[in-house]
Write a protein that binds this ligand. Structure first.
Ligand SMILES: CC(C)(COP(=O)(O)OP(=O)(O)OC[C@H]1O[C@@H](n2cnc3c(N)ncnc32)[C@H](O)[C@@H]1OP(=O)(O)O)[C@@H](O)C(=O)NCCC(=O)NCCS
Length: 108
């Protein structure tokens, strides 16, 4: 149906810091808008929140579906760059997005 991963970068790269990054989420086109990416992302963030107080992902500035998806966890733009670690961006503009771990009472 789809997949997603987390990746720990142990070296900074420009504006992209050391830390836990969400990556690679893709849902089969015919199965989108059913909450699958939300479920995969909640599971990955639960894993990260058990280990760190902040999480990152990088996204093409034109990828509004991904930006909207991640808004529910409070991801906000932290930097813009033509590359982040090993990721380049078609069109040349990528966003580094950052969210912080919710307070214990607000964890889902
Ligand atoms: C982005 C992607 C992973 C979303 O997967 P999904 O399973 O459809 O997402 P969900 O059903 O969990 O959507 C949750 C919310 O995200 C937002 N969202 C998802 N797709 C959207 C779209 N095409 N346009 C606008 N908002 C969108 C909506 O707020 C949605 O809630 P709603 O359906 O109640 O309106 C999917 O479109 C995809 O695989 N895209 C191609 C790969 C990609 O761009 N990955 C991200 C790389 S950073």
């Amino acid at each position: 149906m789809g997949w997603g991963k987390t990746h720990y970068w142990d070296k900074p790269d420009g504006a992209a810091p050391v830390g836990h990054y969400l990556g690679g989420i893709v849902i089969r086109p015919e199965l989108r808008r059913r909450g699958l990416a939300t479920a995969l992302t909640q599971t990955r963030l639960d894993w990260i929140w058990a280990r760190a107080g902040e999480a990152f992902y990088v996204v093409n500035a034109s990828n509004l579906s991904s930006i909207e998806l991640h808004r529910q966890w409070g991801f906000a733009e932290a930097a813009r760059a033509p590359r982040c670690h090993t990721t380049g961006f078609t069109g040349g503009v990528g966003l580094l997005m950052r969210a912080v771990r919710p307070a214990p009472a607000d964890l889902r």
